[in-house]
Design a protein around this ligand. Structure first.
Ligand SMILES: C[S@@+](CC[C@H](N)C(=O)[O-])C[C@H]1O[C@@H](n2cnc3c(N)ncnc32)[C@H](O)[C@@H]1O
Length: 250
């Protein structure tokens, strides 16, 4: 199937392919399907909550593919006058391979959902996101999230919202481990594929969250907004401040 796809692609002139991609991107941007409507609504609620509650920090997105959620985040953040920097972490080469049963899913195919960096920047431009307002960190998370710097880019430490849309359990684990030292009370953690799972076992983004909370007892994830049938978000809470952790009043 993949070989057939490559043969068809090779037979289409680059210019035509470029136009087709632009048409596809434009279609996804304007398509008023319930998923983008719900994601917009979710972004609106999130940035309103962050602004109202005075939560500082940047917007970090893990998995940006066609730029839909990135564009929604930009416009909803600016609507509440936030000047947060937006960060896009993506291989810009599509999904990596599944590495275990926890990654198992019929839709998570290696190389799928690939948008090159130049194409992604063109989408941002078309969607009115100024170049100075965002940073891209290209590469697989296993390579980019292990250090403080990627090239001369210093990775952000103050995070208001992390939007995880990288599908696989293995990718989400790496992202959560990167976020671990950056988690703070009041930030929003959103998982676009929280309810995408294997028919055989616990898997995907939800399993990565359960494992994270089991290993790191500092935080509680308080349910915030569900978006679409697939996505879920949480407010990160300092567990030590939780009433259940307080000494009993005699
Ligand atoms: C579902 S798409 C993101 C869709 C995007 N939020 C949108 O609105 O168009 C998933 C993305 O996650 C990225 N991804 C998944 N695992 C990754 C990893 N380990 N390293 C880098 N990128 C990864 C893929 O490249 C792909 O672009």
């Amino acid at each position: 199937m993949e070989i057939l796809k490559q043969l068809i692609r090779a037979s289409i002139p680059d210019k035509t392919l470029g136009r087709l991609r632009e048409a596809r991107d434009a279609f996804y941007q304007v398509r008023p399907d319930y998923e983008s409507v719900e994601r917009r609504e979710f972004m609106r609620k999130s940035f309103t909550a962050l602004s109202f509650n005075g939560i500082s920090g940047d917007y970090l997105e893990f998995g940006s593919w066609g730029g839909m959620t990135f564009s929604l985040a930009y416009h909803e953040s600016r609507r509440v006058k936030s000047t947060c920097k937006l960060w896009s972490f993506d291989s810009f080469r599509g999904l990596p391979p599944q590495v275990g049963p926890e990654d198992e899913h019929q839709m998570w195919i290696e190389g799928a959902m690939s948008t090159g960096l130049a194409e992604f920047k063109a989408i941002c431009k078309r969607n009115g996101i100024p170049e100075n307002d965002y940073v891209t960190v290209p590469g697989y998370y296993e390579d980019t999230l292990e250090t403080q710097y990627v090239g001369d880019i210093k990775l952000p430490n103050d995070v208001a919202m992390a939007y995880i849309d990288c599908d696989l359990n293995s990718s989400t684990r790496t992202v959560l481990s990167f976020l671990s030292s950056r988690m703070k009370h009041g930030m929003i953690l959103a998982l676009d594929d929280y309810y995408c799972y294997s028919p055989r076992t616990l898997s995907g983004e939800r399993l990565a969250c359960l494992e994270f909370l089991l290993n790191d007892r500092r935080f509680h994830f308080s349910p915030f907004v569900q978006f679409g049938w697939h996505g879920m978000s949480f407010i990160v809470e300092d567990r030590a401040k939780h009433p259940s952790q307080q000494p009993e009043i005699p």
